[in-house]
Unconditional design. Structure first.
Length: 513
């Protein structure tokens, strides 16, 4: 066979294959077009049949949208719910309308359409086919309520079906009037009183020479970038019945079970600058910030800060960090910090009847319940009496001193304390400890140290550091040196307990942190 004949046969074979391929592709295209046409015809047929039977109704994922307390004039976070058509037939709403319009401050988006003033706070002809659903989003910025306490604002979202039936979802939000400051510098003596809460944006700065007094019952809410910078003096004077509260400004929830208030790092905390002295923090609850109380290096011959009957809890940095200064801390709970619950870097610090509890849940690389050091500054004196030092770790106390003849002074003592650390066996070191109970970290009855307390609930981020029945801290304190009352202002008995709280019976105290 000649080469021309072979080539001719190959061309014929290729042409035949192409014809078969084109034929198959035409068949496939015909099938796709037919399927699409059928779908479109079906959709059009279904769209033409919307029920007007009064028996056919919508279903809702909630009957009330509840928005947590918000400060008036401050936008809330977004809530949402679903609208289902489980009636068996397609339904159409003649309109979906916000009953109160702009009177209550709610903002609503229905299936992608914002109920704006231009639309009269409604949307017309909302179709929900059988078996389908739409999503509705709700926010609120409430007007001032002119009230001291939170006030509930209620509106209704009305679904008017073509059948004439009307269904509704209630919108509810609690609003709280507040005063607001942003990057405020206090150049003269000032007072924050109880009453309307104060919401702080940016730093609230107490200038050198000025004193800020915070009165009993005052509530300060701080935005993420906010805190108190003290260059002058801070006197925070709460009482047992009216604590001062400092916390983040998120009043809503991260999840249904978890308020933002239980999350650390919500605001910046308190900072005492170098030339700030004679600060007082009494009966004050400071929680969910970055650094709770931070004091810079100062003249150790003058009192930098006195902390009593207070709580510094759930910090993303240190709960209390004192750098080469003079300070006293009594009847105070310092708990749950990514850094240390109490960090002492040199200076002269005295601690009595306190609880340092390290159960920070968000990072396994958390610091210790107590860290004291003379590495960078001389530790002239650190005294810790009648206190609890415990947590998850098998060793919750770290004392750091550099080696060498030129090492800084490192003077410390512990008496009548419960300490979760291996028992000291060195004879020279033993002289620093008097009547101290070292927790046996192998004893399952004190696993992780939480058995001292009424509640350590890591799942719910819920804690109550009052003493539980059976805690080894009960009766450990020295009656001669222990504080006469406890964190709550309750009198201690003749056989006082170690820690910030005097035990008064299982379940009788339920202070959530």
């Amino acid at each position: 066979m000649s080469s021309k004949t072979i080539i001719s046969n190959i061309h014929c074979t290729i042409k035949a294959a192409r014809r078969r391929l084109y034929s198959q592709m035409r068949s496939l295209y015909t099938y796709i077009i037919a399927a699409l046409t059928l779908m479109l015809v079906s959709a059009c047929d279904d769209g033409d049949t919307f029920s007007v039977s009064p028996d056919r109704l919508l279903s809702f994922s909630v009957d009330t949208v509840r928005i947590d307390t918000v400060f008036s004039t401050v936008p809330s976070s977004t809530r949402s719910f679903w609208v289902y058509n489980r009636s068996g037939e397609s339904l159409r709403c003649a309109d979906v309308r916000l009953a109160g319009g702009n009177q209550k401050g709610f903002r609503v988006n229905v299936d992608g359409t914002y109920l704006s003033p231009e639309l009269g706070y409604k949307v017309n002809d909302v179709e929900i086919r059988k078996g389908d659903s739409i999503r509705v989003f709700v926010e609120v910025t409430t007007p001032a309520a002119n009230a001291q306490e939170p006030v509930e604002q209620i509106d209704r979202l009305l679904f008017n079906l073509e059948s004439g039936r009307q269904q509704e979802v209630v919108l509810s939000a609690w609003t709280w009037d507040a005063d607001f400051v942003r990057n405020k510098v206090l150049g003269r003596d000032s007072t924050i009183a109880a009453g309307r809460p104060l919401v702080v944006y940016g730093m609230l700065t107490v200038a050198e020479g000025a004193t800020l007094t915070i009165e009993p019952g005052a509530q300060l809410f701080f935005h993420a970038d906010a805190g108190i910078e003290v260059q002058g003096k801070l006197v925070c004077r709460g009482t047992a019945d009216a604590n001062v509260t400092m916390r983040g400004d998120r009043l809503d929830r991260m999840f249904d079970y978890l308020p933002y208030d239980r999350m650390s790092g919500q605001w910046q905390g308190l900072h005492f600058a170098e030339k700030s002295y004679d600060n007082v923090i009494s009966y004050t609850d400071i929680h969910s910030c970055f650094n709770g109380v931070r004091a810079d290096s100062a003249d150790v011959g003058r009192l930098k800060v006195s902390i009593d009957h207070s709580t510094i809890h759930n910090c993303q940095g240190d709960a209390v960090a004192l750098t080469c200064c003079k300070a006293t801390i009594v009847n105070t709970l310092m708990s749950n910090a990514l850094g240390n619950c109490l960090k002492v870097d040199g200076g002269d610090v005295r601690v009595n009847s306190c609880t340092m509890a390290q159960f920070y849940p968000f990072d396994a690389k958390r610091g210790s319940a107590l860290s004291f050091s003379s590495v960078t500054h001389p530790l002239l004196l650190f005294v810790c009496d009648n206190s609890i030092i415990t947590g998850y770790s098998s060793d919750e106390m770290m004392g750091l001193r550099p080696d060498g003849d030129d090492a800084n002074v490192f003077e410390y003592s512990f008496a009548n304390c419960i300490i979760r650390t291996p028992e000291v066996t060195d004879e020279a070191e033993k002289t620093h400890f008097t009547d101290v109970v070292f927790e046996d970290v192998k004893d399952n009855t004190l696993a992780f140290g939480e058995k001292h307390f009424l509640k350590v609930d890591i799942d719910m981020q819920d804690y109550d550091f009052h003493l539980a029945q059976g805690s080894a801290a009960i009766g450990v304190a020295d009656p001669q040196t222990a504080e006469s009352d406890d964190r709550d202002g309750n009198r201690r008995d003749d056989n006082p307990d170690a820690g910030a709280y005097e035990h008064v019976g299982q379940g009788e105290q339920t202070t959530d942190q």
